[in-house]
Design a binder for this molecule. Structure first.
Ligand SMILES: [Zn+2]
Length: 358
């Protein structure tokens, strides 16, 4: 049994500035990878103030696309090499944080071309700091980087495992997030907790984290269903997301994530929403005692109540029958997502996932 989570995590208000002595000492020049919204939530300002205070220079790429592509990673890698940076800071949701890892890898391996991203080999990368500003991905504590491969019309994680050096987790960055983002990303973190729990790769270490995370999620639920979100709720959402990241680092994700990549690529459905649709079906197919445990932890009396909750939060999935067939065919050929499932998966099982979502 093994549990490896080598990221130094600070999870508290104002941690970017409080611990800036430490994380700014990773190098002499930073490449900041972010999206347009992080300027609004204060995270980018906290990071650049800290770098300025420690006289560390930096350059900023602030056009990270949603579901970053290999092409974008290579473009930002060229900028990092030109600017001679020696560490990378990802600020934002899963897209900039995942991209930061791939970019840090490719700057370190200057002589390699884009094919290296999906080849087995040395995974050494420049040091990475991650600052999440959404509460779903958990990317700040995972070694996972999911990129869009246009040639294959899907998303897929790169085989390299790249852990950040620091995760600076502060619930205050959620204050300006639209409600829809809080809902979608919190549902993503629930998916991470459930898929890592109903998983053959789970161990007592990861189960402990998944169980505690699901119990925390139960307390996040009322805020997701109301229009009133407090600072305490935001802190809890962030913590849940980081814990869920630790759980998937250990056990990985399974069928709902595998199916979600199809919905995201073909139908442009945001990641958390796409993942959320399949959670009731995934739980419903599990052994009765596992199912009961999950439902108890998240505070639902039965599967119907869970399915209702997902409907209320996300609305119904609208999808054409031929798209369902294509998605099912794709996942039945996806060994990586099928292998950790602790029950037999047939086309019929998957069809039920869709029925519960529609
Ligand atoms: Zn996810």
């Amino acid at each position: 049994m093994k549990f490896h989570m080598p990221v130094k995590v600070y999870c508290e208000r104002d941690c970017v500035k409080t611990y800036s002595d430490e994380w700014t000492s990773l190098g002499h020049k930073a490449l900041i990878v972010t999206g347009r919204s992080s300027a609004k939530n204060g995270a980018l300002a906290d990071v650049t103030d800290s770098l300025n205070a420690h006289q560390i220079s930096y350059c900023i790429f602030d056009h990270t696309e949603e579901n970053p592509s290999i092409e974008m990673v290579m473009q930002v890698r060229d900028m990092g090499i030109r600017e001679n940076v020696d560490f990378v800071i990802g600020i934002g949701g899963g897209s900039p944080m995942d991209a930061a890892k791939a970019i840090a890898l490719m700057i370190y391996h200057k002589d390699k071309d884009a094919d290296y991203l999906y080849q087995q080999g040395d995974s050494t990368a420049l040091p990475i700091v991650e600052v999440p500003t959404t509460c779903g991905t958990g990317s700040e504590v995972t070694p996972i980087s999911v990129l869009t491969i246009h040639a294959k019309r899907t998303k897929s994680s790169i085989p390299h495992r790249i852990f950040p050096q620091y995760a600076l987790v502060d619930g205050k960055y959620l204050a300006s997030a639209p409600k829809k983002i809080l809902v979608n990303t919190s549902v993503d973190s629930l998916g991470h907790l459930i898929e890592s729990y109903i998983n053959l790769g789970a161990s007592p270490f990861s189960r402990m984290i998944s169980e505690y995370g699901m119990a925390l999620w139960k307390d996040v639920k009322p805020a997701l269903l109301s229009d009133h979100v407090t600072d305490e709720d935001r802190d809890r959402m962030m913590l849940t997301s980081t814990l869920a990241g630790m759980a998937i680092t250990h056990a990985g994700t399974t069928l709902p994530h595998g199916l979600s990549y199809f919905l995201t690529y073909e139908m442009h459905i945001p990641h958390g929403q796409a993942v959320g649709y399949f959670q009731p079906g995934y739980v419903a197919a599990a052994a009765p005692e596992t199912q009961a445990k999950v439902l108890e932890l998240i505070g639902c009396k039965d599967i119907a109540e869970f399915a209702n909750l997902i409907h209320t939060l996300l609305g119904p999935l609208e999808i054409a029958p031929d798209m369902v067939d294509t998605a099912i065919k794709g996942i039945m050929a996806n060994e990586r997502k099928l292998k950790p499932v602790p029950y037999e998966v047939t086309e019929e099982t998957l069809r039920k996932f869709f029925e519960m979502a529609m």
